[in-house]
Write a protein that binds this ligand. Sequence first.
Ligand SMILES: Cc1cc2nc3c(=O)[nH]c(=O)nc-3n(C[C@H](O)[C@H](O)[C@H](O)COP(=O)(O)OP(=O)(O)OC[C@H]3O[C@@H](n4cnc5c(N)ncnc54)[C@H](O)[C@@H]3O)c2cc1C
Length: 387
Amino acid sequence: MLLKNKQSYDVVVIGGGIVGASCTLALARSGLRVAVVEKECWGSGATAAGMGHLVVLDGSEAEYALSSYSQTLWHALGPKLPAGAEFCSPGTLWVAADTEEMAEAERKFHYLDDRHLPAKLLTAAQLMAEEPELRAGLAGGLLVPRDSVVFPPVVVSAMLEEAAKLGATLLLGSACTHLGNGEARLADGSTLHASRLVNAGGAQSTSCMPGLPVKPRKGHLAVTDRYAGFLHHQVVELGYMKSAKQLTAESVACNVQPRITGQILIGSSRQFGQQDAAIDHALLGKMLRRCMSYLPGLAKLQVIRSWTGFRASTPDKLPLIGPDPRDNSLWLATGHEGLGITTSLATAQLIDCEITGRAPAIDPAPYLPARLLDPNTSLLNHQEELL
Ligand SMILES: Cc1cc2nc3c(=O)[nH]c(=O)nc-3n(C[C@H](O)[C@H](O)[C@H](O)COP(=O)(O)OP(=O)(O)OC[C@H]3O[C@@H](n4cnc5c(N)ncnc54)[C@H](O)[C@@H]3O)c2cc1C
């Protein structure tokens, strides 16, 4: 239901993906009057397109801090989620193809072990025992058993249902065209007022705030029919991190996930400079061949659907979480690239603590938007372009 007149809230959140829903729920739990605005369907953006792998990454200390804190929050939330959220913990099996990648597995093991995160180095024989479908001749691997999997759109629904019970207003069907100076103007002519506005628009967060340093990064996924027992862990090649961090126009890496349903979710690709959601069949083929080079048995499985989605990428590979230095009503919760399902819960905690003035569990400094936004650049100039 859309409200045609002026409405006032403590906080207006733009975007009903996993990040917007997590923020809405956290703020509603803190007793704030929150409205969340979504122009399409709840959880329909990258949240519906992603793999739902809840994975601790260590590309930087900041990435580790956010993803490991978030994973702790997911383990607390997981058992309370509805069955349709398919929360489970198959663990991640990082696969080393050669001795160079095995050295990376060892580095990763020591990094996690030093931080008391369970992980186990595997010889080539142990790797094959964990996943018999892997091809012969791999060097070994690293098992991170606490990494988990979830079906994010169901989590979004559950979060928004709880937030609504706490008094949050859910506004579906109109885009926010202008965000700033305590106002969210919607395409249907409504204006929402709030002392805090949170932009959680993912790859489209520039649609109401042009000039944000967020760019869409396209990805492809494919899913098979049901083949229970084919795979036991999320299997990721150790070269995946290299591919995720690359700023080249396009890359693929083996990232394959067993779903509770018995289906196998196959990823993934990364492309810059693409706005078109159509499947790039050449790239999809390249991605599938990459995965089959690790798991040859995939060739016998029936793929029933493939699709694309857009990650919200930032120049320094960290999300933008916190106040916008150019407008004291504006807050950002965007730019989560390929890790936003994992890091949504920690993002919401940071936003909630910063807005309510409570001490956050982790240092918010590395994610503050001020690192990438010039406080002297007038946001108004950008917004006027939209009017
Ligand atoms: C192929 C692929 C695989 C991935 N795999 C994983 C994974 O395994 N693990 C992981 O952690 N992450 C993964 N990700 C990343 C993850 O999906 C995203 O980081 C996450 O979903 C971001 O959530 P979000 O809420 O910020 O954005 P979105 O889910 O895109 O939500 C933003 C919402 O805001 C709405 N919106 C935008 N602008 C406006 C506006 N002006 N007015 C109103 N509404 C607006 C959009 O309609 C959208 O629904 C993957 C992503 C892709 C594409």
